[in-house]
Every structure is written in C-alpha cells, then in structure tokens.
Design a protein around this ligand. Structure first.
Ligand SMILES: *[C@@H]1O[C@H](CO)[C@@H](O)[C@H](O)[C@H]1NC(C)=O
Ligand SMILES: *[C@@H]1O[C@H](CO)[C@@H](O)[C@H](O)[C@H]1NC(C)=O
Ligand SMILES: *[C@@H]1O[C@H](CO)[C@@H](O)[C@H](O)[C@H]1NC(C)=O
Ligand SMILES: *[C@@H]1O[C@H](CO)[C@@H](O)[C@H](O)[C@H]1NC(C)=O
Length: 439
C-alpha cells in the first residue's frame, strides 16, 4: 500500500477527526455518499482504516500473523460451538490481536460520535469502549456528551437477557464477559445508533468500562449474529433479520465492500443453501457442506467430517472474522492431497507457517468448489491461493485445524468469501452466495 497517513492512532482522539482522516486516504473513496441501509465495509488494513499497521512487515510475517490470529479465532469459535455459559480460556500467544478483519462506520449518540466498528457474524454483542474505560484503546465513546444516552437498570428486560450480571441495581446492569482472549466488563446502555442513513433509537449495547487482553476491537464490535440483543434482534421491524455483505479483497486497498441491511435491494439472482440453527449457539451461521471439489474432482472425504451436530458443535459455519478457511483434519488432508496430486510429482511442495501446500511454480488448479446442499460455490484462484508480494511463493490458503485445537468445526473464512455477495436470510433460513466484485 503506497498511501501513507501522517496521523497515528496514538496521538489523536480518533472520533473527533474521523471524517477528515477518512477522506484523506489517497486514491480511495473512504466516504462515499451515504445510501439507505448500505454501509461501506473496510478491511482493517485498508488506507481508510486507522487500524492498519504502520510498520511495514514482510509478506511472510503478515501471513504468519494472520494465521496465528486465525488459530486463536478457531479456538474461540470452537469454544462457542460447545459453550454452555462460560467460554474456555484462550491461550493468548504472544500479543495476538484477534479482532475481526472488517470494519464499518457507525454513529452513536446525540450529537453523533463516529466509530469504525468491527463486524463479526459469529457474535451477538454490540460493545463500545466508553469514556473512563480501563484498558481500552485511545478512542472511546463520551457518553456524558450524548443527550440521548442512558444506562439500563436491573429491571430492564434486556438486563435479564444478559447472562449473570455482576452488579444489578436500579441504575446499573453490569456484566463481565469474554471475547477471544479478552475479558470485558461493561454496563448495559442505550443510545441512538446511526448506520448509513438509518437511525435506530434506543439501541442497547455494552458500554465497556474495563477490558484486558487485546481481542476487543479498538472502536467496538457490531455483532451480526442472530441471538438475543444482537443487531438483528433489535432491528426486526427495520431489517427483518436480513443482511448481505461483499468483503473486499485485502489486496485491493482502493476498494471497500458493502454491508447491506434489510431485505430491500438484495440480489434476486443468487444461489441458496439452507441455514442450520444450533440452539446451543444461536449466533453461529451453520450451513450444510457436503463435499469439496479440487478442479473437477470430488475429493473423497468421510461424511462425518461435515456432519452437523448441535451437541458437539460439529458442522460448517460462515464466519467474517476468520481469514483462512479451516477444515477438520479428515477433510483438509484429502483436499490438500488431491491438490498436491494435481500439481504433479515434479513440483516441490513447501510450507509457510500454518500453510503446508506452497509452491514456487504456477498453480495449475483453476478452481475449488464447495458443495453445499442445494448450492455449489466454485471459487476462482483468488479465493483459494495466497501469493507472496514478490510473486515467487503461492500457498493453498486453507488449513486443517491445528493439533492442539480440538475442533470439530469447519469455518468458511473471509478470503474464501471475498468478492462474493453473501446473503443471510434468517426468516427464510437460507444463505445465498453470488460472485460480485466488491467496489
Ligand atoms: C489506487 O488509486 C490510485 C488513485 O486513483 C491509483 O494511483 C493506485 O494505483 C490505485 N492502487 C491500486 C492498488 O489499485
Ligand atoms: C457502571 O456500573 C457501575 C456499577 O456496576 C457503576 O459504579 C458505574 O458508575 C457505571 N458506569 C457508568 C459510566 O455508568
Ligand atoms: C468483573 O470484572 C471486573 C473488572 O475486570 C472485576 O473487578 C470483577 O471482579 C469481575 N466480577 C466478576 C463476578 O467476575
Ligand atoms: C453441484 O455439483 C454436482 C457435481 O458437479 C452436481 O451433481 C449437482 O447437481 C450440483 N448442485 C447444484 C445445486 O447445482
């Protein structure tokens, strides 16, 4: 990325300068005119994002970094899939920032304060770091400056939806929770939330008072899960539990994608597969993956590798917060073996970090197809290969679950979803996918 920005996150209070900052990223339309119910989606490393790394890391380093973040993400999702109440502790590694990769602009309060909130399809929570927060990054929501802000007390019905509040008084409903490797202590609050041109009055969210670890996104989280208190649950009449997104490629810094909320303006020509619901973890979007093709060949994978099981959490989910698709070992190994077989014996396979199928010769496999029930999604090379910046190394951008993660979950991740429109149609229990260039 050539565009360099003179401002650093640490020397400013971000929200006050957000619009100035956003419109100065070079060659990028960071503030397209607002459209009804449609938000621009930025990759955290896009020139429009204040979160992108200021240090120039090598391609190898950034891949290793993304992989290790994914590993803890998988651990987190796996724990969600089987969690009853608490979430198993995550080994936090060495300073891993395990935040979701895409952000949207949201405005909170009266007058509005702007935040770039991370979108996470596998979470219900909406949180914002609030003024006075201990352990939050620099930009916080100044609730005292908003005339429409209020805290919810114990008697509020929303407080009853929060699992075990830690303090429950007439004026405060405080709760502790975990997100990835972080702990979060927050007060349940309400304020007006503006997304594109839509105003959602009295939106309920957690005002973060204290956090540890570094998994909490710096300017808050907008969970797109479908459980209680999620954005979907709170905007039933407006958005009817329907949204779609197009995630821009991390290689196209000049492109933003879009998050389209509600049933209007959704694609009509789109293929669907059934959405499955796991009552034990209502926020995850499970689908029924039945087979995988490498080129034209259907790989021989035992059906058990894909079987949906609400009790164990096994199955396949679409997730916006994991970068590279992760398959259980019994699915990944046959896929990778077929990939290697097609590349031929003369091509030398190498590994890079968690990727075990890398080459220094051109990849001759034109496509990989995920076969879901009722829907085949054929991915072009951009959706399953990752190339080094010098172009000499190319890896199959998928991996098996690491040995130390006891995962039964297959995760269709963001690199595999890039430049596709993915439509979540909860009322009709279906998920649609269509190719689209995210602009
Ligand atoms: C981004 O846009 C700028 C100006 O429009 C252009 O010069 C630059 O080449 C573009 N970068 C990429 C990666 O497309
Ligand atoms: C959050 O709740 C605690 C009680 O649990 C209270 O002491 C604190 O003042 C509240 N903070 C805000 C900003 O409302
Ligand atoms: C909740 O989190 C706060 C702040 O981290 C901590 O002081 C408190 O002990 C926690 N309460 C419970 C019940 O875990
Ligand atoms: C998906 O592909 C398989 C094999 O190529 C084919 O038999 C099946 O009919 C396709 N399914 C749909 C829904 O197009």
């Amino acid at each position: 990325m050539k565009a360099s920005n003179p401002l650093t996150l640490s020397n400013m209070i971000f929200f006050a300068f957000a619009l100035v900052f956003i419109s100065t990223a070079q060659g990028q339309t960071c503030d397209k005119p607002q459209q009804a119910s449609t938000l621009q989606v930025f990759h955290v490393n896009s020139p429009c994002s204040p979160f992108r790394s200021q240090n120039h890391v090598s391609w190898e380093e950034s891949v290793l970094q993304m992989q290790s973040e994914d590993k803890s993400r998988l651990q987190y999702l796996s724990s969600l899939a089987v969690a009853k109440k608490s979430v198993v502790p995550i080994a936090s590694g060495r300073g891993i920032i395990q935040s979701p990769t895409y952000v949207v602009r949201a405005m909170i309060g009266t007058p509005p304060q702007t935040f770039l909130m991370a979108v996470d399809t596998s979470s219900d929570a909406a949180w914002v770091p609030c003024s006075g927060c201990i352990g939050c990054p620099s930009s916080t929501f100044a609730s005292e400056k908003s005339t429409s802000y209020k805290t919810l007390g114990c008697q509020a019905p929303q407080c009853k939806q929060v699992l075990n509040p830690t303090t429950c008084t007439a004026i405060a409903c405080s709760f502790n929770t975990t997100y990835g490797g972080s702990t979060v202590a927050a007060n349940l609050s309400q304020d007006s939330l503006k997304l594109a041109l839509d105003v959602i009055p009295s939106y309920t969210f957690g005002c973060i008072q204290k956090t540890t670890g570094n998994s909490v996104p710096p300017q808050g989280l907008l969970g797109l899960g479908r459980g209680p208190l999620s954005l979907l649950s709170q905007t039933q009449s407006l958005y009817k539990s329907t949204f779609s997104y197009c995630l821009p490629s991390y290689k196209s810094p000049n492109f933003s994608g879009s998050l389209r909320l509600g049933p209007t303006a959704q694609p009509i020509r789109i293929k669907y597969t059934q959405l499955l619901k796991n009552p034990r973890r209502s926020s995850l979007y499970y689908v029924n993956l039945v087979a995988i093709k490498v080129g034209k060949k259907i790989v021989d994978i035992p059906a058990s590798a894909f079987a949906f099981n609400p009790t164990t959490g096994a199955g396949t989910v679409f997730d916006s917060g994991t970068t590279f698709t992760r398959l259980v070992q019994s699915a990944y190994i046959p896929v990778r073996n077929e990939f290697r077989r097609r590349m031929g014996k003369t091509a030398t396979v190498s590994s890079l970090g968690g990727f075990d199928t890398c080459y220094n010769v051109p990849i001759t496999i034109p496509s990989i197809t995920f076969m879901f029930s009722g829907m085949n999604v054929t991915l072009p090379q951009d959706n399953f290969l990752i190339h080094s910046s010098s172009g000499s190394t190319t890896c199959l951008a998928m991996a098996g679950a690491p040995d130390n993660v006891n995962s039964v979950l297959n995760v269709i991740a963001s690199l595999q979803q890039q430049n596709h429109r993915v439509l979540f149609d909860v009322p009709n229990s279906r998920l649609g996918v269509a190719r689209e260039t995210c602009t």
